[in-house]
Design a protein around this ligand. Sequence first.
Ligand code: SF4
Length: 490
Amino acid sequence: MMAKVSAMDIYKLLPKTNCKKCGEPSCMAFATKLQNKEAMVVQCPILNNSKFEKNKNTLIELLSPPVKEVWFGHDDKKCVVGGDEVMYRYELSFFNQTPIGVDVSDNLTEEEIKNRAKYIEEFVFERTGERLKLDFIAIRNASNDPEKFKTAIKIVQETTKLPIAICSLNPNNICEALGVVRSKPLIYAANEDNFVELVKILVEKKKSGKDFALVLSSNDVKKLKAMATECAKHGIEDLVLDPHTTPENIAETMDKFVMIRRSAIEKKDRALGYPLLALPINTYFYAMNNENPMGDFIGEKDKVAGILEAKTANVLLNRYADIMIIHGTETWELMPILTLRQAIYTDPRKPQAVEPGLYPVGNPDENSPVIMTTNFSLTFYTVTGDFEKDDVNCWLLALDTEGKAVDVSVAGGQYCGENAKNLIEETKLEEKVNHRIIILPGLAASTRGDIEDKTGWTCVVGTRDSSQVGEFLRKNWENILNEWKEKNTN
Ligand code: SF4
């Protein structure tokens, strides 16, 4: 599938002087950067010439994504939301991964607010070399008391640097809260009941220089569209749409998300071309307040609520949540959500790869085994994780397979003798060990002859699964090494 706007479409509108003033060697190179969102139109100074004015405007129009990009937070720590151009990731890529916010109720004590905010900011786990984190705090005006709301906002701002969403359906409380907010907040929400009053307040705030992004909330897509149109008329254009996340019927919620995204991207409906907010938090509280559907298996309601909330979050991450608010903070709940988000927002055009090379695992010495995997990051981190868990000490070769997994790179010819030979030379492996044995993954058994011929090293086919390598080495490595030494010292 091609990208919606090709580099050639963009190039045709550039001045074509190849003057390099944009920092690129040619206009075509700049066009490719623009297409990949790695540069901005304003970086070409030649377009400021009045004879290119029409081209410049056409370019800006052409490159504006059908889903508006909206941000909130601080200049140096912001959540950027939306900006997508395609329905399916493989058509181009999805940009701006879904920021995930956790709620903090203003009914909590000051100490509880502080602790929860700190926990949200510090939560992190590592996967395939990336640190996966939460992105913002949604302060809920559950008390409906403006003073409590402002206090909670102040505590969160003093405790963390995370961007905030301020959540109240009471226009007066939003108005008061804006007086203490120090960054550009996301405001939740204008709905059919408070729309006129809240927009009136926000128009005034905007005139006085207050910046914000606003969520429009309605179960009815036509009403969302009407509210978005009205907001745009008043110059409020940093909008996010909340078509309601309905815990009783997530399929219906998903249908609405798909319909809105289709209207924005395929039908170019500007009034629906805004990021979508998902509220898995609704599922959490629904599960807490209703009969336990998993009562036969799990008695604790909060665990069931966390499981169902994660399910809703993952369904809507797939279709097409650009931002979401959750309640649960248990690691077992957050891991599947953050992992799926990471998978969706990796660029399908760039394989996730680690630097090819030689990596010590544990404390290897000259008698330790050498194991050769690929530089596909998911494989590499799975292998190193399994080895560390199993106390394996070894030298791990990460072969340059252009970021492909073992079976794919065997089929594609990258897991081969020539590449192995180059890697062994580059890493000076011969100086590290006093043997010449490489253990290959079971899935690469067919490459054994080629690798032995090209490298002169003896290859041993190991297990198909890296979780079994520890046991394989405990049972076999000493014999393999002794046999090799006997053969090669006589
Ligand atoms: S500055 Fe503009 S005209 Fe010059 S090379 Fe870059 S894109 Fe082309």
